[in-house]
Design a protein around this ligand. Structure first.
Ligand code: HEC
Length: 467
């Protein structure tokens, strides 16, 4: 394999790549998980309808319409959006995932197809079908949508905890990786909660139900809130299987990550308390405003939770396989000799800097830093290095993985590092037309010594003595 694969890099202005994929991802996950939970809930209501419960039957049809509108249309659009965004954000990452798991992706698409077909048949013919056929279609819908969660969960959790796969490269080891079960259980519980919340909301939105009937409906839906009670335990289980360094980011190692974890835990706790104490124990009826508020809490918890899950992979997109900037860990040493942008064929966008060295610096930034840093927007590198002396910049970049352990090691030549430094200083100076730095010859030797000291491994490997 080549040391570095050059793909055209998308620019997202002041945003960084994680924010873009994260934004689309959170919307998609939220809607997709609702659709999975809805499968179970519909089946449950149909069973009651089969026993003669007219209210369940009336409600089921209204809820189903809502599900089709929201989840089929929005879920499918954001699903395709995920592919488009994933390619824009990191083609090598999604490429690795497709390489490794193509049969699982194919199986996942089959499940989605089955989900759409059974859902559509139900939608089209539900009024004319008997209870048994309705049950069969809904069961197909529920099972296939949950199976697509099952399959995706294996692939996504592999990115965070590839486990045994690192040694065996067996698809089974990769799929049933250490965080597979806790995240599958967690996501299933979330799916049920979302389905129940949306059901209560729908009972307010579609007309034709008296207050008494809405109360009755909520009692029928209530069992889907019950699993919230064990959510904290599943959360702990998930944290327990995380690698120590990822866990470290969550508990104080990274301020942003700790803050988002607190938001996720706080929002889920409020939601869980309301569901368990209010709905199940005190049997309060959720009014429209309350259920909307609870859904907002659920959205916040999902968003913060996905942020934490994505963030705790740093400095990797696939742990120990690919760094966040798509550089292979094993290629770092060679790139320090041959350079990371030597054969980068893509021109810089916009106005070119006045010297070739500055152009190289800009390309090094694009290749190694841009995924996580903007220039002066989100995680802006100008702001972060704002007060640093030139040598401080050089040393901290040369020792990148020790400067902050969630950054990968620097993977370029000392000359490239100096070019990056000059580019940062030039930007700081307000992009003057002329830039002729007097860089003493021994600067590159100093940089080389710092790179040597830092070593070519990610911080947690350096601590363990490398691999
Ligand atoms: C995997 C994502 C990632 C990559 C790749 C990355 N960084 Fe960072 N970097 C971060 C994060 C996150 C921070 C923490 C920001 C904060 O503390 O607010 C950070 C902090 C920094 C800081 C401030 C350090 C300090 O001690 O205050 C500098 C400077 C920096 N990065 C430069 C770079 C440069 C230059 C590159 C490319 C060679 C790079 N980073 C690549 C994620 C990354």
């Amino acid at each position: 394999m080549r040391d570095i694969l050059h793909y055209p890099m998308s620019e997202f202005g002041p945003a960084i790549h994680g924010m873009v994929i994260g934004g689309v991802g959170i919307l998609h996950v939220f809607v997709a998980q609702f659709a999975v939970g809805a499968g179970g809930l519909l089946l449950w209501l149909e069973r009651r309808a089969g026993r003669g419960d007219e209210l369940s039957r009336r409600f089921l049809d209204g809820y189903f319409l809502f599900l089709v509108l929201v989840s089929f249309v929005f879920g499918a659009l954001t699903g395709v959006g995920m592919w488009l965004t994933a390619i824009q954000v990191s083609a090598p990452t999604i490429g690795t995932m497709v390489d490794e798991f193509h049969w699982l992706w194919a199986a996942e698409w089959c499940c989605f197809l089955l989900e759409v077909v059974s859902g559509y048949l139900f939608f089209r013919y539900r009024t004319r079908l008997g209870h048994r056929t309705r049950t069969t279609l809904l069961a197909m819908y529920a099972v296939s949508s949950w199976l697509s969660l099952f399959l995706i969960d294996g692939i996504l959790s592999w990115q965070l905890t590839p486990g045994e796969w690192l040694a065996t490269h067996s698809v089974v080891d990769g799929f049933f990786n250490p965080s597979f079960w806790p995240s599958l259980v967690y996501r299933t519980l979330v799916a049920w909660t979302l389905a129940a919340l949306v059901a209560v909301l729908v009972s307010h939105l579609v007309g034709g139900f008296t207050a008494e009937e809405r109360r009755g409906l909520q009692r029928r839906i209530a069992p889907f809130f019950a699993p919230m009670a064990v959510m904290p335990l599943v959360g702990l289980w998930f944290v327990a299987v995380l690698p120590a360094d990822s866990r470290g980011w969550l508990f104080g190692g990274s301020v942003a990550m700790t803050m988002f974890l607190a938001i996720a835990v706080g929002a889920s706790t409020l939601l869980g308390l309301y569901a368990v104490v209010g709905v199940l124990w005190r049997r309060l009826t959720l009014d429209r405003a309350t259920v909307i508020l609870l859904l907002v809490l659920a959205f916040v918890a999902t968003g913060a939770g996905e942020f934490v899950r994505e963030g705790s992979r740093k400095p990797y997109t696939v742990r120990e396989v690919l760094y966040s900037n798509a550089i292979l860990p094993g290629a770092v040493l060679r790139l320090r000799e041959v350079g990371c942008v030597t054969d980068d064929p893509y021109p810089l966008r916009g106005e070119l800097p006045p010297t070739a060295q500055l152009g190289t610096g800009a390309k090094v930034f694009r290749a190694q830093c841009r995924v996580c840093h903007s220039i002066d927007g989100a995680n802006g590198v100008l702001h972060l290095t704002g007060s640093w002396m030139p040598d401080q910049i050089r040393m901290n970049i040369a020792k990148l993985q020790h400067t902050k352990p969630f950054m990968p090691p620097f993977a370029g030549t000392p000359a490239e590092l100096e070019a990056l430094t000059q580019w940062l200083l030039w930007l700081r100076a307000g992009r003057p037309d002329r830039w002729e730095p007097a860089t003493p010859a021994e600067v590159e030797r100093r940089i080389a010594a710092w790179l040597e000291e830092a070593g070519p491994y990610a911080a947690e490997h350096a601590r363990k003595g490398g691999r």
